[in-house]
Design a protein around this ligand. Structure first.
Ligand code: GLU
Length: 490
C-alpha cells in the first residue's frame, strides 16, 4: 500500500466497561498500522453516552494499554495538537457542526416525543415490517419549527438520509460494500440534552483529528454507510475504512464472560506476560503469511499489513496463548519473573522476606521452573516444594514408585548421599549411575522414587538440578520421611 498522507489512526473506546480482548485487538492493529507507516496513533475517549459511563473504566483502559505497551502519541494524559481527546470536553464543537448541517438542510430538528416514538415502534412491530423513524418532522414548515422552539419543546437533530441512493465504500479488508439508503433510518446526531450521538461525535472527531484510516471491529460496519453520508453532508473526504473480523470463542460461539471475553487485566492477573498477549492478539485475524507464530514487537510492526488481515472470524484459542506465553516466559530474565512471583510466595507464607537481587536460591528456583511453566501463576503455584517439605505424595505415582524395594533403594541411596562431599548436579548424576550399576539396576529405579520423595509430584525439572538447589539437608530429610511413609504403609 502506498500512502500519500501521514497515517493517523485512533483507538476510540467508550468507557462503558473494561478493556476486553476485542477492544485490545482493535487498539493493537491500529498501533501496528501506525508504527508500520511511521504515523500517529491516537487514543480518543468516546464518553458521550453518559448513561453507560462506568467510573473505573478510564483508569482501567489506560492501565491496560500501558501494560500492553500500546503507547499513544496523542490523547488523554498526553495531549496533542488536536485535543481535547475526550468527547465530553468537545461538546461545543459538535453543536457548531450540527448547526451547519441544519443550515445546509442536511439535518433537521425532530420534536417527536418519546411516547410517540414508542407507539410508532410498537405499531411497526405489530405490522411486521421495518421499524424506524417515520420522518414525521422532516418536512416541518419554518413557521412550525419557530413555534416549537418558542414553546421550548425539546428536540433532537436528525440526519436527512437521501432517498434512492446506493451508498458504497471500499473496505480495506472486506472489499466493496454497498447499502441502499432505504434501509437506513434518519439517525439522531444530537440528543435533546445537547450531547452528540456516537455517529456525530465519531465522524466530526475523525475529521477534526485528521484520521486517515478507521480500523475498528466488524460490529461497526453497519454504521459506516451512515458515516459516509455524514461526511458527504459536511463536504468532507471520508477516511479509509477497515473492519476487523469478529473474534469467536473456541467452540465457534460469541465471546462471553465465561468464554474468553476477559479483560486485559484478567489476563495479567491470570499470569500472562504483556509481550505474549501482544503477540497473541496480533494473530487474531492477521498472520505474516509464513509459518512464524512467535514474533517480537518490532517483527510484528515490520510484517503487519491490512492485506494480510482476513475477513474470516478469528478464534480465540487460550491453549495457544498459553503456549506462546510459555515461550516468552522461558526467555524472560529470572529476575523480572522473580519480582512477580516472590510477592505471591510471600502471600502464601512460603518465603518470609522480599526479594533481594542476590537471593540466589529464589533465582535458581525461577531458573528451573520458568522453562516449564505456561503462566506466571503456574510457576508460582507449582514451586511449593522448593519451600515446603511435601506433606503428601501424588497418589498414582506413589502407588507405582513407593513400594518396599523403593524403600530399600532410598535407604541405600541415602548412605551414599550422606557421604557425598560434592552435591552438584554432575556429581549427583554420577553417583546415581554408579550406584544403579553396582546394584544391577537402572538409574530410573532410583530417580522416580527420589523425585516423588523430595517434591511430592512426578514431574518437574531435572532431578539432579532440583537436588542441587534443594541442598543436601533438605534432600536427606525428605527421603527419610518418604521411607517412613512407605514403611508405615506395609
Ligand atoms: N466508541 C466506539 C467503541 O466503543 C468506537 C467505534 C469506532 O472505532 O468507530 O468501540
Amino acid at each position: 500500500m502506498t500512502l500519500q498522507k501521514k497515517v493517523r489512526v485512533r483507538f476510540a473506546p467508550s468507557p462503558t466497561g473494561y478493556l476486553h480482548i476485542g477492544g485490545a485487538r482493535s487498539a493493537l492493529f491500529n498501533y501496528l498500522f501506525a508504527r508500520k507507516h511511521g504515523g500517529d496513533f491516537l487514543l480518543r475517549i468516546e464518553d458521550t453516552d453518559r448513561s453507560r459511563f462506568v467510573e473505573d473504566a478510564l483508569t482501567e483502559i489506560y492501565d491496560s494499554m500501558r501494560w500492553l505497551g500500546l503507547d499513544w502519541d496523542e490523547g488523554p494524559l498526553k495531549g496533542g495538537e488536536y485535543g481535547p481527546y475526550t468527547q465530553s470536553e468537545r461538546l461545543h464543537i459538535y453543536s457548531k457542526y450540527a448547526e451547519k448541517l441544519l443550515e445546509s438542510a442536511h439535518a433537521y430538528r425532530c420534536f417527536c416525543t418519546s411516547q410517540r416514538l414508542t407507539a410508532l415502534r410498537e405499531s411497526q412491530e405489530k405490522a411486521g415490517g421495518l421499524t424506524g423513524y417515520d420522518r414525521h418532522c422532516r418536512e416541518l414548515s419554518t413557521q412550525q419549527i419557530e413555534q416549537n422552539l418558542n414553546d421550548k419543546i425539546p428536540f433532537v437533530i436528525r440526519l436527512k438520509i437521501p432517498a434512492d441512493r446506493t451508498i458504497s465504500f471500499e473496505d480495506l479488508i472486506r472489499g466493496h460494500i454497498e447499502y441502499k439508503s432505504e434501509a437506513l433510518d434518519d439517525i439522531v446526531l444530537m440528543k435533546a440534552d445537547g450531547f452528540p450521538t456516537y455517529h456525530m461525535a465519531n465522524v466530526v472527531d475523525d475529521h477534526e483529528m485528521k484520521i486517515t484510516h478507521v480500523l475498528r471491529g466488524d460490529e461497526w460496519i453497519t454504521s459506516t454507510p451512515r458515516h459516509v453520508l455524514l461526511y458527504e453532508a459536511f463536504g468532507w473526504e471520508a477516511p479509509a475504512f477497515a473492519h476487523l473480523p469478529v473474534i469467536l470463542s473456541p467452540d465457534g460461539g460469541k465471546l462471553s464472560k465465561r468464554k474468553g471475553a476477559a479483560s486485559v487485566m484478567d489476563y495479567k492477573r491470570g499470569g500472562f506476560l504483556p509481550d505474549a498477549l501482544f503477540n497473541f492478539l496480533a494473530f487474531l485475524g492477521w498472520n505474516p503469511g509464513d509459518d512464524r507464530e512467535k514474533m517480537t514487537r518490532d517483527e510484528l510492526i515490520a510484517a503487519f499489513s491490512l492485506e494480510q488481515v482476513s475477513p474470516k472470524a478469528a478464534v480465540l484459542d487460550e491453549k495457544k496463548l498459553e503456549w506462546v506465553n510459555g515461550l516468552y516466559m522461558a526467555e524472560t530474565s529470572s529476575l523480572s519473573l522473580a519480582k512477580e512471583v516472590v510477592p505471591m510466595w510471600k502471600e502464601k507464607g512460603w518465603v518470609s522476606a522480599d526479594l533481594s537481587e542476590d537471593d540466589s536460591y529464589l533465582m535458581k528456583v525461577v531458573d528451573l521452573m520458568k522453562v516449564r511453566s505456561k503462566r506466571i501463576t503456574e510457576l508460582a503455584e507449582t514451586a511449593i516444594y522448593y519451600f515446603v517439605d511435601p506433606a503428601e505424595y501424588e497418589e498414582k505415582a506413589a502407588k507405582k514408585n513407593f513400594n518396599p524395594q523403593a524403600a530399600d533403594r532410598l535407604s541405600l541411596l541415602m548412605k551414599e548421599l550422606e557421604a557425598a562431599a560434592d552435591f552438584t548436579h554432575p556429581k549427583l548424576d554420577e553417583l546415581f549411575r554408579i550406584l544403579a550399576e553396582s546394584q544391577g539396576l537402572k538409574t530410573g529405579d532410583f530417580i522416580h522414587p527420589v523425585r516423588l520423595a523430595i517434591s511430592g509430584v512426578s514431574f518437574g525439572p531435572g532431578l539432579f538440578e532440583l537436588m542441587e538447589v534443594l541442598g543436601k539437608d533438605a534432600v536427606l530429610r525428605r527421603i527419610t520421611r518418604a521411607v517412613e511413609f512407605i514403611n508405615n504403609q506395609k
